[in-house]
Design a protein around this ligand. Structure first.
Ligand SMILES: *Cc1c(COP(=O)(O)O)cnc(C)c1O
Length: 339
């Protein structure tokens, strides 16, 4: 038995999900004739109370399409220094859109409306790049699954609007945030110009992300998706997995969060752990003391078929997910206690 806690992307489709995929009614989605993809898009748009939605092969492509549709080459976007769009998308903002990133020195991937205002204020005059977009991430990945305070997001939206900046949410794990904080999708749909959501993280689909927005924004995104090579044919087999995930795998995210808390409690009590970051969703970030060292710790657990990720600067990451069973949980807790 391998206990893979590297990411919530390691899950494989469940039997029920595979059956839904096998039975999907499909057509050519480039001609908008794939009924299952259309159904997923309509379902997501309705859930978030927005006009339209578009299926993408990856969250990266959905974010990159959003950046492209909100900006012109030479512009800049504002995001946190931990942002996925800046750190983990291969330099795509620069490559695909010719956009630079102004990084805010936030806390666990989150910043305040005042910090945004300061960042905007630095950007006027003919010398500086034109600012056109603000990117938010919820939950924050590099920030350890932290969730934003919704009232701060409302303030950020106000500042963005007053400054004519588009407001994009990288919501790869937004469902984790909504479950943890008892929020609803329509709150988010109202606040943001565009939202990207991953179906392939905690929701357990093998592939797929959805971009949400107005009819005008999604029409632009459709063209950009073609340009990026992301227009697909009988993709309903994958959209069916997404529909199944939305119907069956949202509420159970609370279980992943509970397990993450239990892992955190064991780590807190362990003598070799120097710090556990606050756990809000399914990501646990912690540090072990220098005598053990993060690499050594990870390698020792690897010999026991327990896989964790090093995050740099001594950080170690554990991510709980759909395929992390109660039995694996028991084994892990025991190994961590006895380390
Ligand atoms: C995973 C992730 C994405 C998208 O990643 P893909 O692997 O391209 O689907 C985007 N943003 C955040 C915060 C993520 O965690």
């Amino acid at each position: 038995m391998i206990i893979d806690l590297i990411s919530d992307t390691v899950t494989k489709p469940t039997k029920g999900m595979l059956a839904a995929m096998m039975n999907a009614n499909v057509g050519d989605d480039v001609f908008k004739m794939d009924p299952t993809t259309n159904e997923l898009q309509e379902k997501m748009a309705e859930l978030f109370g927005v006009e339209d939605a578009l299926f993408f092969p990856s969250g990266t492509m959905a974010n990159q399409a959003a950046i492209k549709l909100h900006t012109q080459p030479g512009d800049k976007l504002i995001c946190d220094k931990y942002a996925h769009v800046y750190n983990y998308e291969g330099g795509g903002a620069a490559f695909n859109s010719g956009v630079t990133c102004k990084l805010i020195d936030g806390n666990r991937g989150m910043f305040t409306a005042t910090q945004l205002q300061d960042a905007i204020a630095e950007g006027f005059g003919i010398h500086t790049p034109f600012t056109s977009l603000v990117c938010i991430e919820n939950t924050t990945n590099k920030g350890g699954g932290a969730c934003w305070d919704f009232s701060e997001l409302e303030k950020l939206q106000k500042v963005s609007k007053e400054n004519n900046l588009a407001f994009h949410l990288d919501g790869a794990r937004l469902f984790n945030a909504m479950v943890a904080k008892n929020e609803n999708p329509k709150q988010y749909g109202e606040l943001f110009d565009t939202i990207s959501i991953c179906l392939s993280k905690g929701l357990g689909a093998p592939i797929g992300s959805v971009l949400l927005g107005s009819k005008a924004h999604i029409a632009k995104a459709l063209r950009i998706r073609k340009l990026f090579g992301g227009a697909m044919r009988q993709v309903g087999f994958l959209a069916a997995a997404g529909i199944y995930a939305l119907d069956n795998h949202v509420d159970r995210l609370a279980e992943d969060h509970k397990k993450a808390q239990e892992i955190g409690a064991v780590l807190e009590a362990a003598s070799y752990v120097t710090k556990v970051e606050n756990i809000e969703t399914n990501i646990v970030i912690f540090y072990v003391d220098e005598k053990i060292g993060d690499e050594n710790f990870i390698n020792t657990l690897k010999e026991k078929n327990i896989l964790l990720t090093p995050m740099g600067q001594g950080k170690i990451r554990i991510v709980t997910h759909l395929d992390y069973t109660d039995q694996m949980h028991e084994v892990l807790l025991k190994e961590l206690k006895n380390f």
